[in-house]
Each structure stands twice: as C-alpha cells, then as structure tokens.
Design a protein around this ligand. Structure first.
Ligand code: ATP
Length: 362
C-alpha cells in the first residue's frame, strides 16, 4: 500500500475550469471519501488520479513516485466503477484474473490470486458464472474482486453502490468497510451520498465548484463545519438555516422573533449572519436527543404544521421567525397537526455563519 498526494491539481476542459488547485494528502491505509453535489469535480479528480484523464497542471504522487505522465496500467491502482465494467463473455473468474493475464502473469499465480480474492469476498461459488447470471450485488462484489486481485497501492471507487437498491447498498457498505479493515488499503471513494461517506471514511473531503470546502473526520465535518455549505450538505435531515442580524447581542430573525446570540461565536453588532440549527437541537420539551447541554432558551410554544412519524422518532415541522424549521422528537408519541408544543432550541449547539462569505463564526 502507499500514500497518495495531490498538489495544486488543476483541470480545464477547454475554457471550463472543472478542478481548481486541489491539495490533498491521503495517508497509507487511509479511507478518504470525496463528496459534493453533481458537477463539483469529484469524478474528474478521481479519473486524474487513475490516469484516465490528463491533468492540466499540478502533481499526483503515489508513494514516492510522481505519476503525472504514467499510463493507468503503470500506476498500480485499481478502480471500481459504478457500472462494474465486467466483460460479459468472460466468467467471473476470468473477469477477476484478466488484468493479471494481460500483465503476463502465469496461470498458477493468477488462479491463486483469484481464489484468494474470491475467498475474501465470499464469491467462490460464482467463479464459473457469467455476469448476466449474477444479481446486482454479486456483480458489484465481482468488480471489487477484480480490483483486489491486483494488490494495488491505491483503490479508487467511483460511486460503486449507486446502482443498487437501498437495502443492498447498506449491506455492501458494511462489506466495503470490512474489506478495508481486513486489507488496510489506501482508498479514495467518490460518492454523492453523505451517509456513505460518513459511515465509511476516515476523512471526508467536501468539494464545491472544483474546490475543497473542508477536509475532516466525520465528527469534524458534522460538528464543526467550516462553512454554511458544508453544514447544509452533511446531516440528514439537513440543518435548519435562518437569515438573521446581530442586534444588541441578540439574533434578530424577524421583527417578531429574536434569539440570544449562541455562546462562543465571534459576531459583530449589525452583522448579517445565518443561524444553523440541526433538527436534533430543536425538540419538544422532554423529547430531545441530547439530555444535557447548555440550553439557553426557554421553551417556546410553536404550532406543529406537520408531523412525520418514522418509528423510533418523529420529525415535526414548525414555523418560527418567518421560516419553517424541522425538529426531531425522540420517544415519540402521536402528535397531531395544529398541536401546540413547547420547543427547546439548544443554542449551545447552534452554528453561525457570515451571510456574505458563508464562513463559520465559531
Ligand atoms: P457527478 O456527481 O454528477 O458525477 P462530479 O462531481 O463527479 O459530478 P465531474 O464529473 O468531475 O463532476 O465534472 C465536473 C465538471 O466538469 C462538470 O461541470 C462537468 O460538466 C464537467 N466535465 C466533466 N467531463 C467533461 C468533459 N469531458 N468535457 C467538458 N466538461 C466536462
């Protein structure tokens, strides 16, 4: 295995600037997920690492080699695609052994590598089948098997689970996590699914418009988002965001609604800001996810517009300060539309962003 390092990595497609000077160091054995909305440049970045796309400028290092000008086959990476890209006329075993075969390895060596990978992925019984005779999940496993037979320095995954249904996606996520733990491999994993990124990765890279917004552990990007964009992208249901102005030490959301300034934020009087509060941090009295914490606000009576029971919790939709908020209620009971409940807003857990720059003021 090896480290991977990107420095000042840039990509232009004609006059379109798709990737804008990315710096990223991935440690040996680390699992890094690239996330971001469609078109932010994640796949382009991955394809440049793989050598499937020329770079416009910058450097890519794998281990201590600069690989900018090496063709894909000489980079010692393995890539798993969303489409699986299996050869339909070959058996599973032949598909898995194919890259070793074209690299000129001997039959016995290939058979041994394929058998070992098939054991790891528990697909030994499928080795003689053709791709058409496999389920979506099995095909995905074969695509991973083909990647691991080569024992590469770095694995690259491009949205590998997006063609699977929700249940299978959950299962495969667990398998990829176990595989990483077993192989201790260096992995770069592209997804637009933040849950996948949060559950799999050691560190998450959040991209927007060809740039990196933040790099951090799942805990960091969730609890200490550097920007409003990151705060809104990570977390489900998404963080509530409300425009406000700092007036006399308070946050004015509207003419009728004010809240105290969250503790520990650096905001100036008169500054336009955005208050961010996760659904977890607005809840009816006695039904919160966090039992302790410096809740500075007396409960406010708010009218429930809609409730969505989800079994072990209920999402409640309320209006406050001229905008709609999503609240999360644990230990649910039946809540009717129009019911008025006292809601806590735990401002000790709130986020505040500069309205112009979007940067966190924490
Ligand atoms: P998605 O989640 O939709 O796959 P992404 O973040 O992976 O998106 P990329 O595929 O990296 O995005 O594309 C980044 C930007 O570059 C997009 O605006 C895309 O339209 C553009 N782009 C990608 N490939 C080309 C190309 N061959 N020619 C011109 N523009 C391209």
């Amino acid at each position: 295995m090896a480290t991977l390092s990107l420095s000042r990595l840039d990509k232009n497609y004609g006059s379109f600037h798709a990737v804008k000077g990315i710096d990223l160091d991935v440690a040996d054995g680390e699992f890094v997920a690239l996330v971001g909305p469609s078109g932010c440049g994640k796949s382009t970045t991955l394809r440049m690492i793989a050598g499937l796309e020329d770079i416009t400028s910058g450097d890519i290092r794998i281990g201590d080699r600069v690989v900018n000008d090496l063709p894909p086959r000489d980079r010692n990476i393995s890539m798993v695609f969303q489409s699986y890209a299996l050869y339909p006329h070959m058996t599973v075993g032949e598909n898995m052994g194919f890259t070793l075969k074209i690299a000129g390895r001997g039959k016995a060596e290939i058979a041994e590598a394929v058998a070992k990978a098939a054991r790891v992925l528990e697909i030994e019984a499928l080795l003689d089948r053709r791709p058409a005779q496999l389920s979506g999940g099995q095909r995905q496993r074969v695509a991973m098997g083909r990647a691991i037979v080569r024992d590469p320095d770095v694995f690259l995954f491009d949205e590998p689970l997006s063609n699977l249904d929700a249940k299978l996606r959950g299962q495969m996520r667990t398998e990829i996590k176990e595989l990483h733990a077993r192989l201790e491999s260096t992995i770069v994993y592209v997804t637009h699914d933040q849950v996948e990124a949060m559950t799999l990765a050691d560190r998450i890279v959040i991209m927007k418009d060809g740039r990196i917004e933040q790099v951090g552990s799942p805990d960091e990007v969730f609890n200490r988002p550097a920007t409003q964009f990151v705060a809104g992208f990570i977390g489900s249901p998404p963080m509530n965001m409300a425009d406000a102005r700092v007036v006399g030490g308070n946050l004015r959301l509207s003419d009728e609604a004010e809240l105290p300034l969250p503790p520990g934020v650096a905001a100036q009087d008169g500054q336009n800001v955005v208050l961010g509060l996760r659904p977890d941090d607005i809840y009816p009295q006695g039904h919160g996810i966090h039992t302790e914490g410096g809740d500075a606000v007396e409960p406010r009576d708010l009218t429930v517009k809609l409730s969505e029971p989800l079994g072990n919790e209920t999402l409640l939709f309320v209006d406050f300060g001229g905008k709609g908020w999503t609240a999360r209620m644990l230990n649910p009971r039946i809540v009717k539309r129009g019911e008025v409940l006292g809601f806590h807003m735990d401002l000790s857990r709130a986020h505040l962003f500069d309205a112009e720059t979007g940067r966190s003021l924490r």
